[in-house]
Design a protein around this ligand. Structure first.
Ligand code: GUN
Ligand code: ZN
Length: 427
């Protein structure tokens, strides 16, 4: 048993609906077998648990483990490309790299690099966009299980409009996906997600096969892309002439429910927003990717007004890194700049989007997302180097919300001094 004595920031209540930042300067979290069994003052904690080891973290700020709801495993080596819109970037940058994961040795190296990047940035739970090759996905599951990451991922499927090595068939996608589900879903902290790449590269039969997997395997998730770019949306309409809009391609296939996360949704219509709210499907907002590919301004206010769940994703490798702090501050920038009038965001909104909202999107909020009694101890200690700008900013902050704003503005993976998943230190 451990008692973590710390300055703790989290957002158990939703700032978009009247909640606010919960900040404590000196609080004790009593953790037994990975679970927070008490959240109290240090005197009460040590009296109740005299044998527990006290770990003093008050030289930093402890926040809930960060939750990345959209990040591509095979794209770590594609991060940082400049100057192309989505379809050009896919063809010239991302897809040639993704083809290389046909080689298991290559995939093993990429899986290690990817998981190092993710955990090193303080991400403790993630919806990971997998690879087009079943053995590369198996390698990722195995490595994530060893490291203890709370990860949902799956085999990416496509049957058209991509380079031939990345294509599959309905039958092959069903059998390979089912094998991965049987092997990994529910093991360790792992879950499976049916993952059609997007409706531009998946016809109605392949999407319907994904719906079949969801019906056959209750509790598995779904992830894909939605309404990212105007050329992409026009292409989807050609592949799916019977669908009323992009979202409807997934809906017709039985892929929409509360375990569905759809990345981007920069250009939704009102019907799509209403239907996402009705089904419980979440949007993964990926602001550095939307900026890098010039996809557009994410209509956050319309999502919130429609009642759609929204969380943050890095979208590595179109997004330019694993840092959820960077995504948070980029979300803020883009809402500030949106010519249609963005949603004003405080630092409490940013923390909520990067933690609790992600837990809700991943249907993990009974376990993680904040540091309340009863939750698992998934946590990140931010402790900047003394004298560096982030340290100066936090030391001189006007109040806790201001300190949190500085954390999002200046925090980097180098400032992350500790990461725990289920009470286990992983960094
Ligand atoms: N749409 C289909 N595939 C991708 C991808 O890899 N990245 C992004 N940003 N959008 C996509
Ligand atoms: Zn993506």
């Amino acid at each position: 048993m451990y008692i973590y004595r710390a300055r703790v920031f989290d957002t158990p209540t939703n700032p978009f609906t009247g909640g606010q930042l919960r900040s404590e300067t000196d609080i004790a979290l009593v953790v037994d077998d990975g679970k927070i069994i008490a959240r109290t003052d240090i005197g009460t904690a040590t009296t109740a648990h005299p044998d527990a080891e006290v770990i003093d973290l008050r030289d930093g700020i402890l926040i809930p483990g960060l939750i990345d709801t959209h990040v591509h495993y095979p794209q770590i080596r594609a991060i940082g490309h400049l100057g192309k819109p989505l379809l050009e970037w896919l063809n010239e940058c991302a897809l040639p790299e993704e083809e290389k994961l046909v080689d298991d040795a290559y995939a093993r190296n990429v899986a290690d690099e990817f998981l190092t990047g993710l955990i090193g940035s303080g991400t403790t739970s993630a919806m990971v966009f997998g690879a087009h090759f079943a053995s590369a996905v198996d390698i990722l599951f195995a490595r994530a299980a060893e490291l203890g990451l709370r990860m949902t991922t799956g085999l990416v499927t496509s049957d058209r409009n991509l380079p031939e090595p990345l294509l599959t068939t309905v039958d092959r996608s069903l059998s390979e996906s089912q094998q991965l589900i049987d092997r990994w879903h529910g093991q360790s902290r792992l879950r499976y997600a049916v993952t059609p790449r997007f409706s531009l590269s998946a016809g109605p039969e392949l999407l319907a096969a994904g719906g079949q997997l969801v019906r056959d395997n209750p509790g598995i998730s779904v992830t894909s892309h939605l309404n990212e770019n105007h050329d992409e949306i026009a292409g989807v309409a050609q592949v799916h002439p019977q669908a009323q809009d992009y979202l409807d391609t997934y809906d017709k296939a039985g892929l929409l429910d509360r375990n569905t996360i759809l990345a981007h949704n920069v250009h939704p219509n009102d019907r799509e927003l209403a239907r996402m709210a009705e089904t419980g499907a979440a949007a993964a907002h990926c602001p550095t990717s939307n900026s890098a590919l010039a996809s557009g301004f994410f209509p956050l206010r319309r999502h919130i007004e429609a009642g759609v769940k929204v969380a943050l994703g890095t979208d590595v490798g179109a997004g330019n890194g694993f840092s959820m702090f960077k995504e948070g501050v980029q979300a803020y920038f883009m809402q500030q700049l949106d010519p249609n009038g963005g949603q004003p965001l405080t630092s409490a909104h940013l923390l909520h989007l990067a933690t609790k909202a992600g837990a809700q999107a991943l249907d993990l909020d009974d376990k993680v997302g904040d540091l309340s009694e009863g939750k698992r101890f998934d946590a990140v200690l931010v402790r900047p180097t003394t004298g560096q700008p982030l340290d100066v900013g936090i030391t001189n902050a006007a109040d806790d919300e201001d300190a949190l704003a500085k954390l999002f503005a200046m925090g980097t993976p180098a400032d992350i001094a500790g990461v725990w998943i289920d009470g286990q230190p992983v960094k």
